[in-house]
Ligand binder design. Structure first.
Ligand SMILES: Cc1ncc(C[n+]2csc(CCOP(=O)(O)OP(=O)(O)O)c2C)c(N)n1
Ligand SMILES: [Mg+2]
Length: 516
């Protein structure tokens, strides 16, 4: 049975588990604690106040206005079960004696490549217990810290370089390589050296928007590929749409070759190299430079000419798509994104959760600098608002632009997003591309039942309420909001929103775009 826990006032030598937990976070270097403080967190709240009073360093608390009250009927049997499929590690803190040891273990697992979240349950009863200072050991980073990813075996690199030098039609497909900006640069260097077509699937890199011989956002034409590189990518192609050629030699260079967090992952690779892709690709460039023949250089230059022409055409096509502004109530999302692209700077960070329209910001917003586009990597929608605030918190000097679908906007818990933005002075610009519902759901139904009842009756269970004005949600928290239906209003509305963000408050532009 849960019991009320009343803590006694600690003496100087005896501190609560909560104290050692906060101290452990500080020792690790954690600066912010994002909290849904509930009634189980009294010991942490008490200790935070004590840290403040004693002038001790504790992580700054960011309150997320959302309650999780877990007593009696709210107490689930397996709380960690909610997050278990998505975390690398989970545990319940057993005792204050191990507070710092457990934290170190959590942090080391989280920060070791492939990095990922961990989950630690802090029972209130444990947090209130008192321990003598000398009973609680520290575990410093220099001997308990995370593992680093490194380069590859030089012999394997030589084998791959030898194949690349004679390849006629090489391709490189990437997804999340740009999370490490050095990987973005390494891919460009390799491509320029060996005339490799680069397909940037999820677009974390800067390649798609400014690389003069970019190879497209979709890996079509796989049939002609003789050598393929999969570099930091989860889903290099959709097997039902793009057919790989069984004769292609595939090499995979990835921070996470096995994808052991996914129950199924069956993309081909004759050579699998686990490591830091920027390092491995650097090694590969050096090996190619050594193995290069005059014939190779001529062939690579020819491929680059062809790719450069393709990219010029792609940019021309993108501009043509953005030319049409749309009509009242149906603003062309290409035009909207192109205007956002014109209005923002090269270092501004775009957080893209535009779902089925995700390729539009990718196509229309040039991102000449690595690390300035963050796309959704997983299937769960509703992260871009929190991500945008987190980026702003981490990089206060950068402007952050969130682009989100109307359905995903609901999933973002926007009342909390704007309240947090206000409380912690984190101004971001949000553009909601409202196409009146869930295009993804309609599209999936049509793909499975191209001539079904849903199509013939026009019933896709995908329409969302008409006439909702999202700008009022931002206004409710004292942020700036406006809803536009007329394409003619786009440039001025973007300018007004960015002006508000510059002045220090978040701005939301609800744009009614082409309907699904
Ligand atoms: C939290 C969550 N709920 C439901 C889904 C299923 N889902 C995938 S796409 C989608 C529609 C998203 O709508 P919107 O953001 O308007 O983008 P659109 O499909 O219109 O491009 C839904 C409901 C999901 N991925 N995540
Ligand atoms: Mg939508």
């Amino acid at each position: 049975m849960p019991q009320a826990v009343t803590a006694s006032i600690p003496n100087r030598a005896s501190r609560s588990t909560a104290h050692y937990f906060l101290q452990g976070l500080s020792e690790i270097g954690i600066e912010y604690l994002f909290c849904n403080f509930g009634t189980d967190h009294a010991p942490l709240i008490e200790e935070l106040a004590r840290f403040e009073a004693d002038g001790l360093r504790a992580p700054k608390v960011i309150l997320c206005p959302h309650d999780t009250y877990v007593h009696f009927i709210q107490q689930p049997f397996d709380q960690a079960g909610l997050v278990r499929p998505y975390v690398k590690w989970e545990y319940a803190l057993p005792s204050g004696v191990t507070a710092k040891e457990v934290l170190r273990r959590a942090h080391t697992i989280m920060q070791s490549e492939p990095t990922g979240p961990v989950y630690l349950l802090l029972p209130r009863e444990v947090l209130t217990q008192h321990w003598d200072e000398d009973a609680v050991q520290s575990f410093p980073r220099d001997c308990f810290g995370p593992t680093q990813a490194s380069g590859a075996d030089p012999e394997v690199i030589e084998q791959l370089a030898a194949r690349l030098v004679v390849a006629k039609n090489p391709i490189l497909i990437t997804g999340y390589a740009g999370r490490d900006p050095a990987a973005s640069d390494a891919i460009e260097r390799l491509s320029a050296l060996a005339g490799i077509r680069v397909v940037d699937f999820l677009t974390f890199t800067k390649i798609g928007r400014s690389f003069p011989h970019f190879g497209g956002f979709q890996p079509d034409h796989l049939a002609d590929v003789d050598l393929g590189l999969l570099v930091d990518v989860d889903v290099p192609w959709i097997p039902i749409v793009d057919k790989a050629n069984p004769a292609t030699f595939w090499a995979q260079i990835d921070i996470d070759v096995l994808k052991s967090a996914s129950p199924m992952w069956t993309f081909p690779a004759h050579l699998r190299i686990q490591g830091k892709s920027s390092r491995v690709l650097g090694q590969l460039c050096d090996a190619i430079a050594k193995a290069a023949t005059p014939d190779f250089r001529v062939a690579a230059a020819k491929r680059i000419d062809a790719l450069t022409a393709d990219q010029k055409e792609r940019i021309r096509h993108a501009a043509a798509l953005a030319d049409k502004k749309g009509q009242p109530g149906e603003i062309n999302p290409h035009y909207l994104c192109a205007e956002i692209g014109k209005a923002i700077g090269p270092d501004d960070i775009v957080v893209n959760e535009a779902v089925t329209r995700q390729s539009i910001p990718n196509l229309q917003i040039p991102r000449p600098n690595a690390g300035t586009m963050i796309s959704n990597a997983g299937g769960g929608l509703g992260a871009s608002g929190g991500t945008a605030l987190g980026v702003k918190l981490a990089l206060p000097d950068r402007r952050v632009v969130q682009i989100v679908g109307d359905g995903s906007f609901y999933f973002n818990n926007p009342t909390a997003v704007y309240a947090v933005s206000r409380q912690y002075a984190l101004p971001v610009f949000t553009a909601v591309m409202d196409n009146s519902g869930w295009a993804a759901v309609k599209g999936a139904t049509l793909r499975v039942y191209p001539e079904g009842q849903a199509k013939s009756q026009g019933l896709f269970q995908a329409g969302l309420a008409n006439g909702v004005d999202f700008s009022k949600i931002a206004e409710a928290a004292g942020c700036y909001g406006e809803r536009i239906v007329d394409p003619g209003d786009v440039p001025a509305a973007i300018a007004r929103c960015l002006g508000e963000v510059r002045a220090g408050r978040s701005a939301l532009l609800h744009a009614c775009v082409t309907k699904l």
